[in-house]
Design a protein around this ligand. Structure first.
Ligand SMILES: [Zn+2]
Length: 249
């Protein structure tokens, strides 16, 4: 049961008929794995912490570098050189000291990744490389864990949700499994700072809806944002009949 302080802290959620006291309690009882604490992971972690998602498991093997601070708003100038998980933890506990935070100062791979993905109610992919994304997807498909994917580069962003709970919906590999050579990250290409905020905030939003089981989500759809023209486009995604990851599941 929520105490009076919690009822106040989360009052603007509780006022929403789609959430109410029961929905907020559901968020408090939820557990989310956030992989990557950069430009996308920053707003994802901050909104999920402030929203009262009870247990955040955060993962990043990197340290805070001055070139991160243009867009990675979890970290600040006093934290240069610190590990990103530590710097993130400080910021998130400042936002909401009630949230339980588990840190992984490493890149989760193989069995370890699969075990952590299996524990999560939702996995949020905030990484910036295709190999990592494909591995996270495979773990999410194998454990039937919903995956919220976001990407941003230059002035374009993408977001999608893969439910991994039905044999008819596509997975991330259906979409990009053949594209192993389009390896481009914002290290090489640059990215407009608030764009990662837009995409990361929408990842947090989709995550909350999945946890609450309300509304319509982006399963089977890819939402593309052109920040230069200020245009959104929705593309229907199809399951690849011979997808190496999800076809046999
Ligand atoms: Zn697939």
């Amino acid at each position: 049961m929520m105490n009076d302080t919690q009822l106040l802290r989360y009052s603007r959620h509780i006022l929403l008929p789609e959430i109410g006291v029961a929905g907020q309690q559901q968020l408090l009882d939820s557990q989310v794995l956030i992989i990557g604490l950069g430009g996308l992971g920053s707003p994802v972690a901050m909104y999920l912490a402030s929203s009262g998602v009870g247990h955040l498991r955060i993962c990043d093997d990197d340290n805070v570098d001055i070139s991160n601070l243009q867009r990675q708003i979890l970290h600040n100038s006093q934290q240069l050189g610190q590990s990103k998980v530590n710097s993130a933890r400080q910021h998130l506990l400042g936002l909401n000291p009630e949230v339980q935070i588990t840190c992984f100062e490493q890149r989760l791979t193989g069995e370890r990744l699969r075990a952590e993905v299996a524990k999560a109610d939702v996995v949020v992919d905030c990484t910036d490389n295709l190999a990592g994304r494909l591995e996270i997807n495979a773990a999410a498909v194998a454990t039937r864990t919903p995956l919220v994917m976001g990407a941003a580069i230059r002035m374009e962003g993408q977001i999608s949700v893969f439910s991994n709970r039905s044999s008819t919906t596509p997975c991330y590999h259906c979409l990009y499994g053949q594209a192993r050579d389009i390896q481009e990250t914002c290290t090489q290409s640059g990215v407009l700072s608030p764009l990662v905020g837009v995409i990361g905030s929408m990842q947090a939003l989709e995550t909350l809806k999945l946890l609450l089981n309300v509304g319509e989500n982006l399963v089977g759809k890819l939402l593309i944002f052109d920040a230069f023209r200020m245009e959104w486009q929705t593309i229907r995604l199809k399951k690849h009949p011979k997808c190496a990851v999800c076809a046999s599941q």
